[in-house]
Design a protein around this ligand. Structure first.
Ligand code: URA
Length: 188
């Protein structure tokens, strides 16, 4: 199974109620051999319209952070979300929606076999790292789970609301760059 084949299946998904309100499934975007996987919460309005992750205002901010450490979705990373369809009014995904959708992410993870997973925001970090994960205390730390390193940082949309956390996120990205040089083969 490759990502393209999985995407074709995912585009027809009807595993939860979000399929009735979505414009597009936002499967993910990036290079097929990415060693670094970024995971957000779920599509917003712009993503739902375009069918691509992180293309709205928070996506532009994410792209700046990526560029600062020589990463980009065109060149060397993959970006996906916990839920692939937009929750109406940008509410948090319901537990049953996340539960129905996460097998898609798990398959993306199995195909990519990334060395590093960066969780953007609380929802992704608590889902991927552990339910007790606290962004304020544990952002920028790497957790080894069966050979894959997981790190959580603030969500770019949260940074738009609270720019005071921007230096902390920049620090997390500098730490990410260092970790990539240690554990990745071809990202740089
Ligand atoms: N916020 C997310 O969590 N994911 C997106 O794709 C866009 C905004």
């Amino acid at each position: 199974m490759d990502l393209q084949t999985l995407q074709q299946e995912c585009l027809a998904c009807q595993r939860c109620g979000l399929c009735q309100t979505r414009t597009n499934v936002v499967f993910g975007q990036g290079v097929p051999n990415a060693e670094v996987l970024f995971v957000g919460e779920g599509p917003g309005a712009s993503e739902d319209e375009q069918g691509l992750p992180f293309v709205g205002r928070s996506g532009q901010l994410l792209d700046h952070y990526l560029e600062a450490i020589d990463l980009s979705r065109e060149k060397n990373v993959y970006i996906a979300n916990i839920v692939k369809c937009r929750p109406p009014q940008n509410r948090d995904p319901l537990p049953e929606e996340s539960k129905a959708c996460i097998p898609w992410l798990r398959q993306q993870f199995q195909i990519l076999q990334p060395r590093i997973v960066v969780c953007l925001g609380r929802i992704a970090a608590q889902q991927m790292i552990g339910p007790e994960f606290l962004i304020t205390r544990e952002h920028g730390k790497f957790f080894d789970k069966q050979g894959t390193l997981f790190m959580g940082t603030y969500h770019p949309a949260a940074l738009l609301r609270y720019p005071v956390n921007k230096p902390a996120v920049f620090g997390d990205f500098v730490a990410l760059r260092e970790k990539i040089t240690q554990v990745c083969d071809h990202t740089y």
